[in-house]
Design a protein. Sequence first.
Length: 273
Amino acid sequence: MKSTPDNIKLLFEPDVTGTNFFLDIQNPNAIDADHFEASERPVENAGETIPYITVAGQRIQYADGTPDGLTIRLYIKSPGRPKYTWRDGAREHGFIGSEKDFKNIEATIYVRFRDYNNTHTSISWIIRGGLHTGAHDPRSSCVGMQVPYGGLQASAFKELDHPDYDFIKIGRNFDYSVKENEWVAIKIISFLEKDASRTKNFLYLDTDPYDDTGKPNNNFRLYSEWVDQDGISTGKYTVAALWAGWVTTFRVDGWKNVDVAHLSAYEIIPPAG
């Protein structure tokens, strides 16, 4: 079985020529800040079987006028800096920063949510993106998939201009609702199809990720999937994100603290078909 250094199952073959990232949870300060960043400085766990870091939420003002909330961001960055946007060069060159950006990606996180803030809530992997700043700013150039909280429907989204979203409702293969103080593993897989006109995107969950000893169960199940097709309108946009992204982000809004374990992102070899 293909796996990360901490024995988390990989569903696709890693591309050894591409950019690969693994966070050593037991030594997070050894990670180069050029490749990993958290919105708040992580605090290392002490006293539990499962090694993890805790990231605290920081105050956020929402552009749509909803009440202020808390947000937590984990950024996995490829080498270099952003050069292009979806409006200016990313489509033509095939990347935002460099050829080392993540194009076909498998990213995984084990996460536990603590201290719900009872405000705006979201849980998502964000891929193929660049810088998130400004008003109607094309540098974001990203798409993503969400794990809904409570009874909300599963969804994907486009945010090619920041912070202008299109949300796409998608089906889910089983019911799941985030539970306070319980671990869940969330894996996103995205790859460019052979005809280069669309990407296939999959969200997998392991809702019971550890056995009684703290060993990963590696029981990932396909939760939702979405095809991003060029030329198909999602509302504001008709452009598919077919480029490689400079930054891959795991974002959580609505909790004061999030515990994180087994964080990785791998360039993968897409299926031949």
